[in-house]
Design a protein around this ligand. Structure first.
Ligand code: CA
Ligand code: CA
Length: 356
């Protein structure tokens, strides 16, 4: 089991180390999530191995009267990883891009080590090119010029299997003081990316991006454009935690959950710019914000001076024309919660003898 933890720690270390390397030039728009994939796949493989190697008899020998249910809440920091991630940085725990999230959950213990847990999570993620990088750093300049931003409120329902490092065959009263655990499962979530605009071309406010089709999803001559994405998506949550026994019935814990999603649009950014003539006027303005970055960039560089496209929309060179790179469709988006949990153990069902 210690090998399990060591492997995960080693992977986390490599990840953190690898992510500090700066991405260059146009590639700056491409956020590498290789490190996170490593953690994710290592955790998933090990979790599967651990489950597979569980002796069958364990469940049978366990006195079922020692099963119990619990309920809990958790307060988390929520972060996002994707095309508009602040810096190409796994730690991403920068406060400027961190938002709160709240979860409530119900847990059912099935064996001395394994529980099932159902969780509802609400939280917000955000990303903003203008806050992610300094225009003084040449490697971050492309992201700064792109100047996209979003926020997205996520409502998620998940079920996971939780594997405790230390088993407890006895009643909840005899559970260990400290229990590290790992978990994985499935989740379904609703999301709705929005962008804030106050540039004057359209009314100031928050705009829902999915109905606009900022990458040409609703273009009449849909040729070459991506299909509209759904605001309901699936994810695979996987995570690690530790819980500490506070009292007879109360546990407090610390937990981190990564979600591998199957969409690249929780930030509404994935592929290339659409031709603005193919978008409605609001979508055209919100699809390309590069011209607004010009104000804080030195005007002695022609690449920092907005030009106007055939439809009359201003943009920086390299951004906003059909086919210009907007995101990286080879990587899907992720979101992560890190936080504290508080669990209350419900009184176990103690039945009398079956036969009197
Ligand atoms: Ca994306
Ligand atoms: Ca992507």
């Amino acid at each position: 089991m210690s090998i399990y933890l060591l492997l995960i720690l080693k992977n986390s270390y490599n990840f953190a180390r690898g992510s500090t390397s700066k991405l260059c030039c146009k590639k700056d728009l491409l956020v590498t999530v290789d490190g996170m994939k490593n953690i994710f796949s290592t955790s998933l493989i090990l979790l599967t191995l651990v489950f597979a190697s569980m002796p069958e008899v364990e469940a049978q020998r366990f006195n079922r009267r020692n099963l119990y249910n619990s309920v809990g809440v958790s307060l988390n920091a929520m972060n996002y990883f994707g095309d508009v991630t602040p810096e190409a940085d796994f730690t991403s725990l920068r406060l400027s891009s961190t938002r709160p999230s709240l979860s409530v959950f119900f847990t059912r213990k099935f064996t001395p080590r394994i529980s099932g847990r159902a969780t509802f999570t609400w939280g917000r993620i955000t990303g903003d090119d203008s806050k992610s990088a300094s225009p003084d750093e040449s490697e971050n300049l492309p992201r700064y010029r792109r100047n996209l931003s979003f926020r997205n409120d996520i409502k998620e329902l998940s079920t996971v299997a939780v594997f405790d490092l230390f088993e407890n065959r006895r009643t909840y009263l005899r559970r260990p003081d400290f229990t590290p655990y790992a978990f994985a499962g499935v989740a379904v979530f609703h999301h709705n990316p929005k962008a804030y605009y106050d540039g004057g071309a359209i009314p100031t406010g928050w705009y829902e991006l999915q109905p606009l089709g900022t990458e040409g999803q609703y273009a009449e001559n849909g040729e070459g454009y991506p299909k509209p994405y759904s605001r309901v998506q699936f994810a695979i949550p996987v995570g690690l935690g530790v819980k500490y026994r506070l009292d007879k019935r109360w546990d407090v814990g610390f937990e981190i959950t990564w979600r591998k999603t199957f969409t690249d649009y929780i930030d509404d950014v994935s592929t290339v710019y659409a031709d603005k003539a193919d978008l409605n006027p609001v979508a055209a303005v919100l699809s390309d914000r590069s011209a607004a970055a010009a104000g804080s960039l030195p005007q002695d560089n022609p690449r920092n001076i907005p030009v106007t496209d055939a439809s009359g929309y201003p943009h920086l060179r390299g951004y906003g024309l059909k086919g210009d790179q907007r995101g990286d469709s080879s990587d899907k988006d992720w979101y992560i919660t890190t936080g504290v949990t508080l669990t209350y153990i419900l009184r176990p069902n103690v039945r009398g003898p079956k036969f009197r």
